[in-house]
Design a protein around this ligand. Structure first.
Ligand code: SF4
Length: 413
């Protein structure tokens, strides 16, 4: 079954992250999928329907290495059992493609492929999947001599040939450089990038696509999705607060965005992005389903006082691109040891890989991204160095103290 807004059963496991800090109150009583008159285009993705009045599908992503076939199959089963309607897998290489072929033999789950720069792999994986996601920002990195429109055409033709759907995935941390350089704000760049790619995809006669506009800041997620939905009301939307980080704050951030958007009819599928050990990734799905059920029943979050006004530790949900599984523990450790600075308005970003880490940490005051044997550290856009996993924390704390001192005017950085 593909669980959605109108199909959530009473047995849905309730998120066990809702703690004393997070209470829900009943403020209105919307029910069912049709919370507003907004009706997007509907189409099938494997065994589920996306858009229109179809139930809102909750999705998640495998954090295991794609080439580890056994672990990835276990992860798929975990997410399926939790009720994921779509399961995403990262594909970066021919080895990943070979692994996916084997994975497909063992599962009938609706699979979505996450493509990075190597968009050409879409043709090799299309026979085994129901959907692929591309990021407009990533289409500028490799094969630079090929115009972006030509790359999109290739993706669209491949999707059409194999009956796949597409997600245009716009992300604040990896915006299209052309839009980023010419627009006044990330908000404008994100919305314009999504609109540009909708036009591009449709100019090739393709309509089976959804759009996601993600940021790690829930207020930004609300604004860019509202702006996009007003301009392209017929296009289905995939909701998500990217790099929301660790529980319980990550759930609060996600609820803040989803509770505003869902009642406006904005959101046709969603993912809750959480930094979790692989064996707990099903919590993304349980929490997503719980949020849908709460919103459908008019239960909304009483936001903890001052939430979001001090230290903000963001971290990615990890995926196949993580080279060292110490990443999750590192993110937890960073959050724990920096809690003394909770009153200070500082953002620390912890990312799992070298592929997206450098870009996704650009807007943070301090950024860490993980490689196989070391962690890279930077202050704003200035790289400070690479450090062993067991040595990076004291260096991070020294930098944090310098930033706090600079913000209070004690020293200059
Ligand atoms: S930052 Fe890297 S490891 Fe983390 S989710 Fe993104 S691609 Fe995966």
């Amino acid at each position: 079954m593909s669980p959605g807004f109108s199909k959530l059963s009473k047995q849905t496991r309730v998120s066990n992250t809702s703690n004393a800090q997070m209470t829900l109150s009943r403020t209105s009583s919307p029910s069912g999928r049709t919370l507003s008159d907004r009706k997007t285009r509907q189409f099938p993705v494997g065994t589920i329907q996306l858009g229109g009045d179809a139930p809102i599908a909750v999705q998640s992503m495998c954090a295991t290495r794609t080439t580890d076939i056994e672990a990835t199959l276990r992860q798929i089963q975990l997410l399926e059992r939790a009720g994921a309607g779509l399961i995403r897998i990262a594909i970066d290489s021919r080895k990943d493609v070979d692994a996916l072929r084997e994975i497909r033999k063992e599962t009938s789950a609706n699979l979505v492929i996450d493509l990075q720069e190597n968009y050409k792999l879409a043709r090799d994986v299309a026979p085994y999947v129901q959907k692929f996601r591309y990021n407009p920002g990533h289409l500028h990195h490799h094969f630079r001599e090929t115009p972006v429109a030509e790359k999109v055409k290739f993706l669209v033709e491949t999707a059409g040939e194999y009956g796949c759907a597409i997600r245009i995935g716009v992300n604040f941390g990896s915006l299209d450089p052309k839009q980023k350089d010419t627009q006044a704000s990330h908000l404008d760049a994100a919305v314009l990038s999504a609109l540009e790619h909708c036009d591009m995809v449709e100019s090739f006669g393709f309509q089976r696509y959804v759009v996601s506009l993600k940021s790690s800041d829930p207020a930004n997620v609300v604004e860019i999705n509202q702006r996009f939905a007003a301009l392209r009301p017929e296009v289905p939307i995939h909701l998500g607060v990217t790099e929301a980080g660790l529980l319980p704050d990550a759930e609060v951030k996600t609820r803040l965005a989803f509770e505003k958007l869902l009642p406006q009819g904005i959101g046709d599928t969603l993912r809750v992005s959480l930094t979790l050990p692989d064996e707990e990734k099903d919590r993304e799905v349980f929490i997503g389903r719980q949020i849908l059920e709460d919103v459908a029943n008019g239960r909304f979050l009483n936001v903890p006082p001052h939430f979001g006004s001090g230290l903000n530790v963001i971290s990615c949900p990890s995926c196949s691109r993580v080279e060292n599984k110490q990443f999750v523990r590192l993110a937890e450790e960073v959050k724990r040891v920096t809690s003394y600075a909770k009153e200070h308005r500082v953002t620390i970003a912890v990312m799992g890989c070298r592929v997206n880490g450098p870009g996704e940490t650009d807007d943070a005051d301090l950024g860490l991204w993980c490689a196989a044997n070391h962690v890279n550290l930077k202050r704003k856009t200035e790289v400070l160095g690479s450090f062993p996993y067991d040595e990076v924390i004291p260096i991070l704390l020294a930098e944090l103290d310098k930033i706090i001192a600079a913000k209070s005017g004690e020293v200059k950085l």
